[in-house]
Design a protein around this ligand. Structure first.
Ligand code: MG
Length: 390
């Protein structure tokens, strides 16, 4: 088996939404196709994936560095010697040749798109959903009956207030979600608390609402918000401070009684180990949100989950950032704690296909081969345009 070609294209996100730090108006995502010489139904098997949502497309790093390295590697050196099939870890190693350790930034997302596309190809070759391939590789029983899912919304939109936020949250409950997340930190504390009260009322209790500050606060502000929100019994308080401010995280964990969540901006195992050892997180309540699509792919991500367990955390404390089909298959396949979803935003990548059912707060993956990206109606034309010549 060999890779014959790797294609990438960047696709814009629809919608103009913002969190406390970032407007997504000009964000684009890299859609990647790894073309193989394995033939199924008369056509080459093509693995498809993308780097996660909420960062930028990484076509330059892929085209100039990673794709030439992978295609320039002897095909046998990219294979699992036992199966004779592509080994995503070896593909990642090839993509990362001549890169120094540390400094994990955009290249981590570039590598992840290529690595994840290899998993899609492996599942398609086995003619099974990716969660089955992933569960087998990592020794887990996939949670194929469904995993908890929450609707991540509550973004700041120009001209909209508490009434619109309440309506948005009620629409998520109507769609089968039982938990939601809203943004904080993009308005004054007073306004944010009004929004939070509205969200808690609409959702039916603080235990159904998480809040996300996107790393916006300094330590004092994070503590102040924590004090004001402590009585709300929230699901969690996400990225209160800069993701690399481990002392700030630890200081807040010592004061805030509820659950904290962080990790989506940590892109390597050593970064996660630092968080686990110095961030003061509590294994009995806190949530870790690293995202394979931002952090070199599933190979590195699975090692992060191992590190969590080595530090006393249950694997169900892993709830990846990024509500989309790839992470659904990873959560199901690795038997993790749950997924997020972005109903109506971050399209065409966000959310799930019509073949995945949301019911009673769970999302159930379809049994389409691979990640099932081709079954997502608004994403399918982009995939078709990219792989049509394969
Ligand atoms: Mg977040």
């Amino acid at each position: 088996m060999r890779i014959t070609e790797i294609r990438e294209v960047d696709v814009p996100l629809t919608g103009a939404i913002s969190n406390a730090v970032v407007s997504f108006e000009h964000h684009r995502v890299s859609l990647v196709a790894v073309v193989t010489d394995v033939v199924r139904s008369g056509r080459p098997v093509v693995g498809v994936a993308f780097n996660s949502i909420g960062r930028h497309a990484q076509g330059g790093i892929m085209r100039e560095r990673m794709i030439p390295r992978v295609l320039g590697t002897s095909p046998e050196d990219l294979l699992d010697p036992v199966s004779g099939l592509l080994d995503p870890a070896r593909v990642l190693t090839a993509a990362m040749r001549d890169e120094k350790p540390g400094g994990h930034g955009d290249r981590a997302a570039a590598a992840s798109a290529i690595e994840l596309a290899c998993w899609d190809a492996l599942a398609k070759i086995a003619d099974e959903p990716a969660y089955a391939t992933i569960g087998r590789r990592f020794g887990q029983e996939p949670l194929a009956a469904g995993v908890p899912v929450y609707a991540a919304g509550g973004y700041y939109r120009a001209g909209e207030g508490v009434a619109e936020l309440g309506a948005e949250i009620r629409s998520y409950l109507d769609a089968g979600y039982e938990a939601v997340k809203i943004k904080i930190g993009g308005a004054s504390l007073t306004e944010d608390l009004r929004r939070l009260d509205g969200a808690v009322t609409a959702a039916g209790g603080g235990h159904r609402v998480a809040v996300d500050a996107n790393g916006r606060f300094d330590r004092a502000t994070a503590v102040q918000y924590g004090k004001e929100m402590a009585g709300h019994d929230l699901r969690w308080y996400e990225e209160p401070v800069d993701p690399l401010d481990l002392r700030g995280t630890a200081d807040l964990a010592a004061e805030y009684p509820g659950a904290l969540a962080t990790g989506e901006n940590l892109f390597s195992v050593p970064d996660v180990v630092n968080l686990l050892e110095f961030g003061g997180l509590r294994a009995d309540r806190d949530i870790l949100q690293m995202d394979a699509g931002l952090s070199y792919g599933l190979t590195e991500y699975a090692a992060m989950v191992d590190a969590m367990q080595a530090h006393g955390f249950d694997r169900r404390a892993a709830m990846p950032h990024g509500g989309h089909l790839i992470n659904l298959h990873i959560v199901v396949g690795l038997a993790l704690g749950g997924c997020e979803a972005y109903p109506g935003v971050f399209q065409p990548f966000g959310g799930y296909s019509d073949r995945c059912e949301v019911k009673g707060g769970l999302i159930v993956p379809s049994d389409d081969p691979g990640f099932g990206l081709e079954q997502k109606a608004d994403l399918a034309p982009h995939i078709e345009a990219l792989v049509g010549r394969a």
